[in-house]
Design a protein. Structure first.
Length: 261
């Protein structure tokens, strides 16, 4: 803050006197050589030590009541941004955290659905082996049926009808049972294949949901307003200061030129 021509009394509206930050190392506590420097008389308000001291407390109160630091904050990761860094840097940091969390969740999905798919594939392979065995069995039953039928025709003429018909009936019954087993295996295989397709579709949807979830989380950046404690407000430099100017005589015309731009 820089308050020129301080009045002996009255409020100082500090918000109207905000000035650029000055490096304290550029300030001199020693006066310039009186032979080359002329000091302007300070205003009436600046020569009253009580008022000057009171204004020091006043500026502290002003900062306590009005100073606000707004920084980015991410609730999920409980991460705060640095007020001295660019917002894009904070966004990049949050995005990386979200990406790592997403990958961890996807790894769990891979384990869960990979195990479920492995179990279905094992059931499918086992049922396919059963189906192949049943197909071999039905071929054998058909050959046996043909043989038994041929034998029956021959046995009728030889007087062994009852035994042969019983054997034919048993062979046909086994054949029908095997055909039923084959149909059941086909049905089970079809059901397993449908389950595998459904499981894969569910897995893809879960992956998409997880990815979108962390995209939304990464974008959920808030702003946190930080207010100071009065004990943390330190007035680094305070007092009466003279700003240097050059006194120039140009063509008989005196000019006062600021020493700093």
């Amino acid at each position: 803050f820089h308050v020129p021509d301080l009045m002996p009394s009255g409020l100082v509206h500090w918000d109207e006197h905000v000035a650029p930050v000055v490096d304290s190392r550029q300030l001199s506590r020693e006066p310039f050589n009186a032979n080359i420097a002329i000091y302007q008389e300070p205003s009436a308000g600046l020569i009253d030590p009580k008022r000057v001291k009171a204004l020091r407390n006043d500026v502290t109160d002003f900062l306590y009541n009005t100073a606000r630091l707004i920084i980015p904050y991410h609730k999920t990761f409980k991460t705060y941004g640095d007020p001295d860094t660019d917002m894009s840097d904070f966004q990049a940091r949050v995005t990386q955290q979200a990406r790592e969390a997403r990958d961890d969740e996807m790894d769990k999905l891979n384990t869960k659905y990979g195990g479920a798919m492995d179990r279905l594939e094992e059931k499918l392979r086992r049922k396919e082996r059963e189906l192949e065995a049943e197909r071999i069995e039905i071929r054998d039953r058909k050959r046996e049926s043909l043989y038994t039928t041929g034998e029956a025709v021959l046995s009728i003429f030889k007087g062994r009808t009852n035994y042969t018909l019983s054997r034919m009936s048993r062979t046909n019954r086994y054949k029908r049972q095997t055909e039923a087993d084959i149909q059941e295996s086909h049905d089970v295989i079809s059901e397993l294949e449908r389950e595998m397709v459904d499981l894969e579709a569910e897995y893809e949807q879960k992956l998409n949901d997880v990815n979108q979830k962390w995209v939304n989380i990464a974008a959920d950046i808030e702003e946190q307003t930080i207010t100071p404690y009065k004990k943390d407000i330190a007035v680094d430099v305070y007092g009466v200061g003279w700003v240097p100017h050059y006194y120039v005589n140009t063509g008989g015309q005196p000019l006062i030129v600021p020493a700093f731009g």
